[in-house]
Design a protein around this ligand. Structure first.
Ligand code: NI
Length: 189
């Protein structure tokens, strides 16, 4: 068990394209994923990508815990999922803005548009093939984690930087202001 150091925005590995993994079930990948799971459990959060722990490989882990889907009718929790070489495909053009944070951008949260319906595929370190459709927060978290593999952090996906703020300042009303602007289609003009 090891808790890994998490790189913060500005580190060059967070801007780099991560490399495909030749052998997803290799022992070094299993060890990396185990350490990433320990790290995520220690720090808390929905997901973690290998470049965040300074390993430039296409490996992500994530989960959708019950407390993240309380406002989303029909949403399901997703247990901790470890994916090597994930591939993501939007299943519609429809996007929805929502709040995100990132362990590599500590303290900040921002409103990011993401596809609401995606399919993703990948292989686990145990050699199991994963092929899932995802909606809502599940779709958001896999898009966020896969972006890390392409050197993209959530602020780069934002379309309105006035909706970027420190989490402990959002209690002063920004979150409510933003939600009040959300229209019936879920968009924030
Ligand atoms: Ni992140």
């Amino acid at each position: 068990m090891a808790i890994l150091e998490i790189a913060r925005m500005g580190h060059p590995l967070l801007r780099a394209m991560a490399l495909d993994v030749d052998e997803p079930t290799a022992s070094d990948i299993k060890a990396l994923v185990a350490d990433m799971c320990d790290t995520l459990a220690d720090i808390g959060g929905a997901g973690l990508a290998a470049p965040q722990v300074l390993v430039p490989k296409r490996v992500v882990i994530f989960h959708v815990p019950a407390d993240r889907i309380t406002e989303e009718p029909g949403a399901e929790t997703v247990g901790l999922t470890c994916l090597v070489n994930p591939v993501l495909e939007p299943l519609s053009d429809e996007m929805e803005p929502g709040w995100e944070g990132c362990l590599s951008v500590p303290g900040l949260r921002g409103v990011v548009p993401r596809y609401i319906h995606v399919r993703y595929r990948g292989i686990t370190p145990q050699g199991e093939e994963i092929n899932r459709e995802a909606h809502g927060f599940h779709a958001r978290v896999i898009q966020h984690e896969c972006d890390h593999l392409d050197g993209i952090l959530f602020p780069q996906r934002m379309t309105d930087l006035s909706l970027l703020g420190f989490a402990d300042e959002l209690k002063h009303g920004l979150a409510e202001t933003v939600e009040a602007r959300r229209d019936s289609a879920g968009n924030i003009p």
